[in-house]
Design a protein around this ligand. Structure first.
Ligand SMILES: [Fe+2]
Ligand SMILES: [Fe+2]
Length: 471
């Protein structure tokens, strides 16, 4: 009974509406294509066996899926859909893609995945059809097939990833740009570059090279295709490994200085907001968020006795604690270029530099200090002021803001202080330390993997699992 009820479970209304709209768009456009080109099964030039063979390929390719970072996944469906576009009348590829998919998910997820895959195939069919009826010639060279398949792939890619990006955004609240960039930005080129393979599959099927049946050649192509997916699997795994490594490092530091996780989290949230306001670039903000989480990682190399010392440090001890900047860079040196870019190293090394040049370790001043380090430095200082130490009382949010403003042009970049003040008045979650601690208590402290989003509204990963028909 319970299981039955769960099967009827509905997604959030906006996700449901979007799913139904996608389905309706598919029905409408498919109806239009059928009305225009006439419905006949099997269509001219193909027999029932051909139809079954391609249905099996579509079905198989959807089953062999590769997970993408933000709750999406992709498959080789893209190639078979494009090959079908070339082989059959335009209404067939969308219909086959809609019909022949394994049905292992909640009904609305299935409906969305099928509809969006079909709409993407439909867009590709329209582009391909356009080039077939308006041939493109360059001198004596007929470019219709080449241009047609390339642009059909582009159309398929954008409809496909656009719709999936939108639904992930609707379901999880993750910013559109973030979803697209993280999941699909890197796929665009490979769709375009692999599209000739779809043309080749279609042509090889139509003109048998082996054993009198084109299917043999297509099946032979599947072998390298099947193995190429391990490359994509690896790429996704690598990203996850990177996030996990970051978390392991934080655990190592946390074991030494328990306060440090909350400190790093809050610094990262403040820095990400500042970076977002400064660059108006979500990807850049996320890069700084990650770097900020690691800013004090060098403290792993500082004796606990100093980190946890209840009294004020002697000048010599202070010097040792200051070396956490250079120690952090040394610690992460082996990962340079492989896992971490310059932003991470700049943040770790320069987050204690001051605008007036009296900071450490290099005594850089003003614009000599990398922007990302100025941003994290300000966030770090505000968080430290409001946190307090055994020998120093914590400041209230208002007192800390006042101090940040007083130190504008002395310790901090004046432009950043302005932005910080604006953000502070918008009352973000991080402004008040106690409120922040309470809000984070449930979510972040218990999480074992990093949440790439700055605030505690973690999207529920089980909600959506849309897929894209990738290569
Ligand atoms: Fe630090
Ligand atoms: Fe810090």
């Amino acid at each position: 009974m319970l299981r039955k009820l769960r099967r009827l479970e509905l997604p959030p209304p906006r996700v449901l509406v979007f799913t139904l709209a996608t389905f309706a768009a598919f029905l409408l456009l498919e109806g239009y294509l059928i009305a225009r080109h006439g419905f006949r099964l099997p269509p001219p030039g193909l027999n029932w066996f051909d139809l079954l063979f391609w249905a099996a390929l579509v079905f198989w390719s959807v089953g062999v899926r590769i997970r993408l970072p933000l709750n999406a996944s992709m498959s080789h469906l893209f190639l078979f859909a494009l090959a079908l576009v070339v082989l059959a009348p335009p209404w067939l590829a969308p219909l086959w893609v809609f019909l022949f998919q394994p049905g292992d998910k909640a009904w609305y997820k299935q409906l969305f995945n099928r509809s969006q895959d079909a709409l993407a195939a439909l867009a590709a069919a329209l582009v391909w059809g356009f080039f077939q009826s308006n041939p493109l010639h360059l001198g004596s060279l007929d470019l219709s097939a080449g241009a047609g398949i390339g642009l059909a792939a582009v159309a398929l890619f954008f409809v496909n990833t656009g719709l999936v990006t939108l639904i992930i955004h609707l379901a999880s609240g993750t910013p559109l740009r973030e979803v697209w960039k993280k999941n699909f930005g890197w796929l665009a080129a490979s769709y375009f570059l692999l599209s000739p393979l779809a043309l080749l599959l279609a042509r090889a099927y139509a003109m048998p090279l082996l054993g009198g049946w084109g299917g043999w050649t297509v099946l032979l192509f599947l072998i390298p295709l099947y193995y190429s997916r391990f490359y994509w699997d690896e790429k996704v795994r690598l990203e996850q490994a990177f996030d996990a490594t970051l978390e392991v490092l934080m655990h190592a530091l946390e074991a030494k200085e328990p306060e440090t996780r909350m400190h790093s989290e809050r610094v990262a949230d403040i820095a990400a907001d500042l970076a977002r306001a400064y660059y108006k670039d979500e990807a850049k903000a996320m890069e700084i968020y990650r770097a900020a989480r690691l800013h004090d990682i060098g403290k792993i190399g500082i004796p606990e006795a100093l980190l946890l010392k209840p009294d004020k440090l002697t000048p010599r001890e202070y010097q040792i604690v200051q070396s956490h900047t250079t120690k952090g860079v040394e610690l992460l040196k082996p990962a340079e270029k492989v896992a971490f870019g310059p932003v991470v190293y700049n943040v770790i090394l320069y987050h204690h530099e001051r605008w007036d040049g009296r900071g450490y370790p290099k005594r850089l001043a003003g614009h000599e200090i990398p922007e990302e380090a100025r941003i994290v430095g300000l966030a770090d200082a505000y968080e430290a002021m409001t946190a307090g130490r055994p020998y120093r009382k914590a400041k209230s949010s208002e007192e800390a803001l006042q101090e940040v403003q007083d130190l504008s042009g002395i310790q901090f970049d004046p432009r950043l202080v302005e932005l910080f003040t604006e953000l502070w008045h918008q009352n973000p979650l991080w402004r008040d330390r106690q409120a922040y601690l309470e809000a984070k208590e449930g979510s972040v402290l218990r999480s074992t993997l990093p949440q790439p989003y700055s605030v505690s509204d973690s999207p529920s990963p089980s909600e959506q699992d849309p897929r894209t028909s990738g290569e």
